[in-house]
Design a protein around this ligand. Structure first.
Ligand SMILES: Nc1ncnc2c1ncn2[C@@H]1O[C@H](COP(=O)(O)OP(=O)(O)OP(=O)(O)O)[C@@H](O)[C@H]1O
Ligand SMILES: Nc1ncnc2c1ncn2[C@@H]1O[C@H](COP(=O)(O)OP(=O)(O)OP(=O)(O)O)[C@@H](O)[C@H]1O
Ligand SMILES: [Mg+2]
Ligand SMILES: [Mg+2]
Lengths: 226, 226
């Protein structure tokens, strides 16, 4: 469902200084697969997930979604494609403090032109799935770290995307809450959703059917659960 | 060195809605102690650390630093006391994106009125301690999550505070980098620094000589390493 073909990503910091975040990565994610991406801090996991999630473009190489070459799409077309097919949980949530929790979760539904009441209903449903219904009128900065993380996950699933990409989705959670969120991912995967999770945590990685290891911007190893 | 006496913290969300983050917490931290605070997501750990770190005032109860009652201090005096005695690592770092990494780390030294060259030298020294010297001219948003976390730790130790308080300091780090940071905390503790760490991670908690468990805004259990 997503094919990454020989992708590099270079950040130019000044005339003479560059950071190579990805140095030639190829990876194919099948529909309905549950994939984990692991690797040391600073080695390119978030960058790879942002490129697979169509949030950033590669410096070279291609990204195909359902076989279609995304390099040919305009920024607007890319945003549309992403808005329909992908749900993204950022490493630091990216919630908007001037909106309520419910309004944050409704955001992915806005381009769909549905009535406000329907949007609110679907957003509430997503919030229930992460057990956050009590917070619907709060602002994100009135929540704890782990509570914000769960709101970010609700926002990533509200529009029922085929693919869910999550960057360290349980980093701020205690083990009981983490187990509940992993249960939610397992349920979504059983419903046929494709799940890609970046994690430092082996116990989360072992939920996946395949683990890819990144080092210095390259895939260095792969492990499949039998 | 820090005494928390029957502290509560209530957040008033509207006329009729309140959240009790802390419901009567008493805790004494001895000088040079290494204390861990654990507990489920949303149960008051960050709130307790912010109150102990003099970043927020309790709704009731007292906080004593070296025996002095902080409720009698003005906001300015509280900020001075905090700036001298405490180094704080926030759960989401609180780095300033419009300044370089080095300028971020220099911040706690500004009130000291030392020459710029001395500030830069001490900031570079702190950055070396977290192995981030290559990033000194970067902006925080040009770093990975775990790299930002290490910069936040460098900023918390640059002014050589007696007490270091860290909220989930290794949540974004892989196990090797996490072990390096825990080694740094151990070294600081051996030098006589008082360390208070909030964590969800048992292996980090077991670095400490005492673990305090928080549930629903109260201390429910305590464990001492023999
Ligand atoms: N916007 C940016 N500008 C410049 N360099 C960047 C930018 N974003 C990331 N980098 C660099 O690219 C490299 C990879 O970063 P990335 O965020 O992908 O790592 P990561 O594996 O997610 O790390 P972590 O586990 O700490 O979150 C890092 O060295 C980082 O400093
Ligand atoms: N500024 C605020 N305004 C209103 N409520 C708040 C505010 N900050 C925290 N809270 C509430 O107080 C409670 C405790 O929050 P706190 O951040 O201390 O939890 P925590 O134990 O650190 O959680 P986590 O492990 O998820 O970081 C939560 O229910 C949260 O919603
Ligand atoms: Mg990352
Ligand atoms: Mg917290």
């Amino acid at each position: 469902v997503v094919d990454v073909i020989d992708v590099t990503k270079v950040y130019k910091l000044s005339e003479s200084v560059e950071t190579w975040a990805l140095r030639g990565v190829s990876l194919s994610v099948r529909e309905g697969e549950y994939l984990a991406v692991m690797g040391p801090s600073g080695h390119g996991k978030s960058t790879l997930l942002h490129i697979m999630g169509l949030l950033e473009r590669p410096s070279s190489g291609k990204v195909l979604v359902d076989g279609a070459d995304t390099s040919k799409l305009s920024d607007k077309e890319l945003a549309n494609l992403r808005g329909v097919k992908i749900g993204f949980v950022f490493q630091y949530f990216n919630l908007i403090n001037r909106m309520t929790v419910l309004e944050n979760i409704e955001l992915p539904l806005i381009p769909r032109g549905m009535p406000k009441s329907e949007r609110r209903r679907l957003a509430m449903e997503a919030l229930f799935k992460v057990e956050g219904e009590d917070w619907f009128e709060k602002r994100p900065n009135q929540l704890s770290g782990g509570q914000q993380q769960r709101v970010a996950l609700a926002r990533a699933i509200v529009h029922n995307p085929k693919i869910i990409m999550a960057d360290e989705p349980t980093g701020s959670l205690d083990s009981k809450t983490e187990a509940e969120i992993l249960g939610l991912f397992r349920k979504l995967n059983k419903e046929g959703k494709t799940i890609v999770v970046v994690t430092h945590n082996k116990s989360i990685a072992y939920e996946a059917e395949r683990i890819v290891y990144i080092k210095d911007g390259k895939i260095v190893d792969e492990e499949r659960r039998i």
